[in-house]
Ligand binder design. Structure first.
Ligand SMILES: [Zn+2]
Length: 366
């Protein structure tokens, strides 16, 4: 790592145009390559690729080289915003809209990220002392979550979340924009314009998704202490869908994102996330543990050949997950019903979070 860092510094010294970079930022580029290489050797990632200048979209200031000043509040009522002025060494001044309150003296690094849509995010990482976990006195409640394509998430309490409509509509628009882009001359002005539009739409979809995922996480963490998820072998999933690799990847990326969001919300609140083996979850009967070998991907209903039990496929899978994590299956079968619509998805106006509190009676486990 030291050699790489020195190399980065030497290159910076030799090239006039690299000197617009703060020296620590140049060093951090070497760190990033070192980490990517390390991840490759540990078998966690593919070989690091050569990045073209227009693909390199973020700068990291590990310690110094930046300064925040001129904090102020602008706007009134709903439009109230906090603004600040950010100085980046050798680059200049920027005006920020500050979305979070954070202790300025504890910031350990600053990342400036340019999205392909043209938006710039500045991320301040803050070091916090670790909080010791409080042992809970109440009985621990657990929920199993099965992720799927037709139904985004099915909870073991019978509630489920459909793939929302605004998301589907946005995906249609992405297809349209992609077609338009492919008709433009590569790297022409019109091509760049179309590219920007497409990137904006992608960002919109990403925002819709994350918004939904975090809300689902909050909804679950209000009721449950333990979240049980499938331990998905991402590589395996991609390889299985050879003919539809692209499609699988698309779905898959949002699966891992959903998992990450749910895990984050739970861990942030000091709750537990359990990953259990995903092997045969949809083929196992949650009542008797028998395996239905003939179940195909198209079957929406699970029928157990051993005990004659018939149930919704995803709901059965989520109950199997819960069982694998060590919870007793409920005595009476739970009813399948949709989640109340999570607020603000695809809507301009934000509700006051009232709908999040509305919940159906939970299924007690354990
Ligand atoms: Zn059975």
């Amino acid at each position: 790592m030291n050699e790489l860092r020195q190399l980065a510094l030497d290159l910076r010294k030799q090239n006039q145009e690299f000197q617009v970079l703060h020296s620590q930022v140049a060093q951090q580029v070497a760190d990033r390559f070192y980490e990517a290489r390390q991840r490759f050797f540990e078998g966690l990632a593919n070989k690091p690729k050569k990045k073209k200048p227009h693909q390199y979209l973020s700068l990291v200031y590990p310690q110094s080289g930046w300064k925040l000043s001129n904090w102020r509040e602008v706007g009134q009522g709903k439009n109230k915003k906090k603004k600040a002025r950010l100085y980046l060494s050798k680059i200049g001044f920027f005006t920020l809209i500050v979305h979070r309150v954070f202790p300025l003296e504890q910031v350990c690094r600053v990342c400036v990220k340019l999205n392909p849509s043209g938006r710039i995010h500045v991320i301040f990482s803050v070091e916090e002392p670790e909080v010791e976990e409080q042992p809970s006195k109440e009985p621990v409640k657990a929920v199993g979550v099965d992720l799927g394509i037709t139904r985004l998430a099915t909870l073991s309490d019978g509630r489920y979340l459909e793939n929302p409509k605004p998301l589907e509509r946005s995906l249609e628009r992405i297809r349209l924009l992609q077609r338009r882009l492919s008709r433009k001359k590569f790297l022409s002005n019109n091509w760049l314009k179309a590219k920007r539009k497409l990137a904006k739409q992608y960002e919109h979809v990403k925002n819709l998704r994350r918004d939904l995922f975090f809300k689902l996480g909050v909804l679950l963490s209000q009721k449950y202490d333990v979240l049980v998820l499938e331990d998905l072998n991402v590589q395996g999933l991609i390889q299985k869908g050879v003919t539809r690799t692209r499609r699988m990847r698309l779905y898959d990326s949002s699966f891992s994102e959903l998992r990450r969001c749910l895990e984050w919300v739970f861990l942030k609140r000091g709750k537990t996330v359990l990953a259990v083996s995903a092997y045969n979850t949809s083929r196992e009967c949650f009542l008797c543990g028998g395996i239905n070998q003939s179940l195909t991907l198209e079957d929406r209903i699970f029928h157990c050949p051993h005990c004659g039990f018939t149930f919704d496929r995803d709901l059965n899978a989520s109950l199997v997950l819960l069982k694998r994590a060590g919870w007793e299956p409920p005595a009476a079968p739970v009813e399948l019903r949709p989640l109340p619509p999570l607020p603000s998805l695809g809507l301009k106006k934000r509700s006051q979070g009232g709908a999040l509190k509305q919940e159906a009676p939970p299924f007690m486990a354990g």
